[in-house]
Design a protein around this ligand. Structure first.
Ligand code: AMP
Ligand code: MG
Length: 402
């Protein structure tokens, strides 16, 4: 058996290569950017007005005081989408809307609140300074400036920025492609009407499918085979032929006479990377590789399968999207002593209690059985407690978030 760190290192040395693709902006939501994006044009693209008001020449209005308004002749209008064609001459003003092009000749905008309209003239009542209320071309960024860093997730605001500068095709990491294979003769579909007393409802299929989706992966499909070597080999060969990034198997990796996944993986051309980790739950985890496909043989016990997914598979799916493989975590305080008297790293599921202004508190959950799904359903995270490790009351510990 190897340690959790050894297992993780082996995975890091055998990662599938992330694939890149270019997608339309409308398909880019939640995807991860594969290249830095530089501004293809300046923002704003043209100098325009920040206010509804009048475009004027500073030298005409600079002497304005509350007692001495300046009278200008209104000679036209610059609307959003319809610029003023002429040039602003001495003692002239052009009506202007927010975002409209600043006309030639003008260098200042007087907001409408600081004016009084008088038929074809306008009285400027107060001024602040040359260039007031103008948005200058390139003041936000110039052509060639870095807009978005490679690796960022494209969410609402990033997509808006790309649209604003006219970028419609974006280079992103390809969505990781994942195949699932659920093994176990005792399993029946979770929506089956009839279940015999000795059968088990398949909860791993929906659990792993949604866990893959949560992690940003695409599940190509999920097959079920009974505990039968030949059928398992055939199913693995078929799944591998599609060359998915990951092939996740559930069950059949322990030392039982009817556990066939390891042998079947070997027969289907996979090279073993590791089998069995000094951890609880999830000891039987098996990993193998064929070409660019990583196979994980997850234990069948739902909690074990999930913990192995979170600690080993999810980081691989993150890597495939150009993201860090680090486990998201926060520091929390143990209110009471927690110890691991066993010989394996214990992935203890815990809840977190938040009080304003305080470090979150670890709340132990007493039902930790690897067959007890409620131990993950209601948990916020887990701690990795090493053999012999004792957390004294009040001590701090890193909690990995589920
Ligand atoms: P295995 O790892 O195949 O020995 O399975 C260990 C335990 O997990 C057995 O009690 C199985 O019935 C149970 N189990 C295996 N696969 C599933 C599944 N897909 N859904 C729910 N329980 C499962
Ligand atoms: Mg089984």
């Amino acid at each position: 058996m190897i340690s959790i760190n050894e297992a993780f290192n082996i995975l890091q040395d055998n990662l599938p290569e992330p694939a890149l693709e270019t997608v339309d902006l409308s398909q880019a939501w939640r995807r991860y950017l594969a290249e830095d994006i530089l501004a293809p044009e300046p923002s704003p693209r043209y100098t325009n007005s920040a206010m509804d008001g009048y475009a004027v020449r500073w030298q005409d209005v600079m002497g304005t005081t509350p007692d001495q308004p300046t009278l200008l002749t209104t000679v036209g209008e610059s609307k959003a989408g319809v610029p003023f064609a002429g040039t602003v001459q001495a003692c002239q003003a052009v009506r202007i809307s927010t975002g409209a092009v600043l006309p030639e000749g003008a260098d200042t905008v007087i907001r409408v609140e600081d004016t009084r309209e008088e038929r074809d003239r306008v009285a400027v009542l107060s001024v602040r300074g040359r260039g007031q209320d103008i948005r200058r071309r390139g003041e936000e960024f110039q052509t060639g400036e870095l807009l978005l860093n490679r690796g960022i997730q494209l969410r609402t605001r990033q997509l808006a920025l790309l649209a604003a500068v006219g970028i419609h095709q974006v280079p992103v990491y390809a969505t990781p492609r994942i195949r699932l294979l659920v093994t176990g003769t005792e399993l029946v579909s979770s929506n089956s009407e009839s279940i015999k007393p000795y059968q088990i409802r398949d909860s791993n299929r929906i659990m792993l499918t949604s866990a893959c989706r949560d992690a940003g992966g695409l599940v190509l499909g999920c097959d079920h085979v009974g505990d039968d070597l030949e059928r398992t080999v055939a199913a693995l060969e078929q799944a591998a032929a599609e060359e998915p990034d990951c092939l996740l198997c559930s069950g059949g990796v322990s030392v039982g006479r009817h556990d066939h996944v390891k042998r079947a993986a070997d027969l289907a051309g996979f090279q073993e990377l590791f089998w069995r980790i000094r951890q609880k739950p999830g000891k039987p985890l098996f990993a193998a590789r064929r070409k660019n496909t990583l196979l994980f043989g997850l234990p069948g016990n739902p909690v074990s399968a999930f913990m192995c997914f979170v600690h080993y598979v999810r980081p691989v799916i993150a890597h495939l999207q150009g993201r860090s493989m680090a486990h998201p975590s926060i520091t929390a305080r143990a209110p009471e002593e927690i110890r691991n008297t066993g010989k394996r790293t214990n992935f203890l599921r815990v809840r977190l209690k938040y009080e304003p202004g305080e470090i979150p508190q670890i709340v132990e959950m007493n039902k930790q059985g690897s067959h007890m799904l409620s131990s993950i359903t209601h948990a916020d995270g887990y701690i990795g407690l090493e053999p012999g490790e004792i957390l004294s009351p009040g001590s701090l510990k890193e909690v990995f978030l589920l």
